[in-house]
Ligand binder design. Structure first.
Ligand code: NAD
Length: 488
């Protein structure tokens, strides 16, 4: 049985409860993990608190902290195959994707290891005579890191690497559905040997473990990636002690295709934008906007290719897309598709479970496309987080921008056009944290990631992602102190 990690020890939940972890391809139990609750979470937080307050970790030179973080990158590379297989076993995604995730994760640790000792603070021009003023960044304290099930280790690494590089102590809480790779990386970090209590891992549900992390006054910062509902509840709970918060939430991301775009490229990228990882991607291009003059031809090409997407076992090299991660999630996609039909959108492909015998045990759902969609429809406004694309038409650049921005979200978007100036014009007017021109999905650790509007607060990755885990301090020094004589 897989255990939790606190104060450098592996422990079982106080309640003795356990949870089975399922392979979504065939519903087989692949692991049993201990199931923590509020009590276990308080023990983990106390461990992180002690480790922060005793100062051993915070006074470790940033250069040395960076070296330890760099060792995590090396560990990931050395164990890439095993970690990739675990991720596929637990999420259903293809092994090729999982291996790719692991490469990206190693990069994230390497990047923040390198950044750890690069900010020595700044001397500023003091307006007062005979004085010195400097601004330094310090760690925030105990950081709770809550991650989702779609990119389990990748999303966790975007938090773990900068939090440790900046000198914080951490309590990780992976999704209760997909904890396996986060448990494994904790084992690897244990081998590396961080000071006691710097790294802690709690396993359990969002309401119980996540709720305690959000409420507990000994937690200084909460970094959350997940859905709006949980995000809202965390913000409310975190207000108790005004924790710093950083949130990566959902998206309903527009992908705009102009008639002058390279047709084949735009079709191929539109499919990849929404059907990659069965659409379980926060930045999925689920809302396709196509210029009227090419709309019908574009949809025909999409439908023809969507029918050919090969669903299957993530371990099979010919598989292009795995199952959805849970049965409940598939149920919610099915409800969503029913709503689309009731609203009058036209289902042109998919809209049901596959019939192949081989896929019956997995939580599969066919790539689905709706046309004749309009902004007022729920299926155009709400995040499905599955393999469902809605298609809308537009006639002018202005209309495309208006439709694209007509959403409560603002995570990402794309524009396909061969008119360079138009690409830039549209990109500058989209209210989103990331805009791609003639591409979809690229992200890397050097560039910030995060959302406008209801897609989040703060940014991950890049230098900004490190700053999220720091407090800013101004230190002023009087070089010739003398009485002020105000109260003479
Ligand atoms: P979720 O909100 O259900 O859960 C995310 C994490 O929060 C899990 O660890 C869960 O246990 C925990 N949690 C749930 N309720 C909680 C509560 N009340 N208090 C504290 N913690 C709680 O999300 P999910 O279903 O795991 O992930 C899908 C969502 O995540 C989608 O909306 C997707 O768009 C979003 N997401 C966003 C990004 C991004 O970068 N913006 C990346 C990946 C996923």
């Amino acid at each position: 049985m897989k255990k939790m990690y606190m104060n450098s020890e592996w422990i079982e939940a106080v309640s003795g409860k356990t949870r089975s972890i399922i392979n979504p391809y065939n519903q087989e139990v692949v692991a049993t993990v201990t199931e923590g609750n509020e009590e276990d979470t308080r023990i983990a937080i106390a461990s992180a608190r002690r480790a922060f307050d005793n100062g051993e970790w915070t006074s470790t030179p940033a250069h040395e902290r960076g070296k330890l973080v760099h060792k995590i990158a090396e560990m990931i590379e050395r164990n890439k195959e095993e970690l990739g297989e675990l991720e596929t076993l637990n999420t259903g995604k293809t092994l090729i994707e999982s291996r790719d995730d692991m490469d990206g994760i190693a990069e994230v640790f390497r990047y923040y290891a390198g950044l750890a000792d690069k900010d020595g603070g700044e001397v500023i021009a003091s307006p007062l005579p005979n004085s010195q003023s400097k601004v330094v960044r310090e760690p925030v304290g105990v950081c709770a890191l809550i991650s989702p099930w779609n990119y389990p280790l990748l999303q966790a690494s975007w938090k773990i690497a900068p939090a440790l590089a900046a000198g914080n102590t951490i309590v990780m809480k992976p999704s209760s559905i997909t904890p396996l790779t986060t448990i494994r990386i904790t084992e690897l970090m244990d081998e590396i040997g961080f000071p006691k209590g710097v790294i802690n891992l709690v396993l359990g549900s969002g309401n119980s473990v996540g709720g305690e992390l959000a409420r507990n006054p000994d937690v200084d910062l909460i970094s959350f990636t997940g859905g709006s509902e949980a995000g809202r509840s965390i913000m409310q709970a975190a207000s108790g002690n005004f924790k710093k918060i950083s949130m990566e939430l959902g998206g309903k991301n527009p992908n705009i295709v102009f008639a002058d775009a390279d047709f084949e490229t735009a079709v191929d990228q539109a499919l990849n934008a929404v059907f990659f990882h069965a659409g379980q991607v926060c930045s999925a291009g689920a809302r396709l906007l196509v210029e009227d003059s090419i709309h019908d031809k574009f949809v025909d090409a999409l439908v023809e290719r969507a029918k050919r997407i090969k669903l299957g076992n993530g371990f099979d090299e010919s598989t292009q897309s795995g199952p959805l991660t849970t049965a409940e999630h598939r149920n919610s996609i099915e409800r969503y598709v029913e709503i689309g039909k009731e609203e009058g959108a036209k289902l042109v492909v998919g809209g049901k479970r596959p019939e192949d015998l081989e896929l019956q045990k997995g939580f599969f759902y066919l790539p689905t496309i709706f046309t004749d969609c309009t902004s007022e429809m729920h299926i155009v406004q709400e995040e499905a987080f599955g393999p469902v694309m809605t298609v809308e038409r537009f006639r002018t650049e202005e209309e495309a921008i208006k439709l694209a921005n007509d959403t409560i979200y603002g995570l990402a978007g794309a524009v396909f056009t061969n008119d360079g100036a138009r690409g830039e014009r549209v990109a500058s007017r989209l209210r989103m944290g990331t805009v791609w021109i003639n591409d979809y999905h690229p992200y890397f650790v050097q560039a910030p990631w995060g959302g406008y509007k209801q897609s989040g607060i703060g940014r991950e990755l890049s230098k900004i992602g490190l700053e999220e885990y720091t407090e800013v301090k101004h230190i002023y020094r009087n070089l010739s102190p003398e009485p002020v004589n105000w109260f003479k």
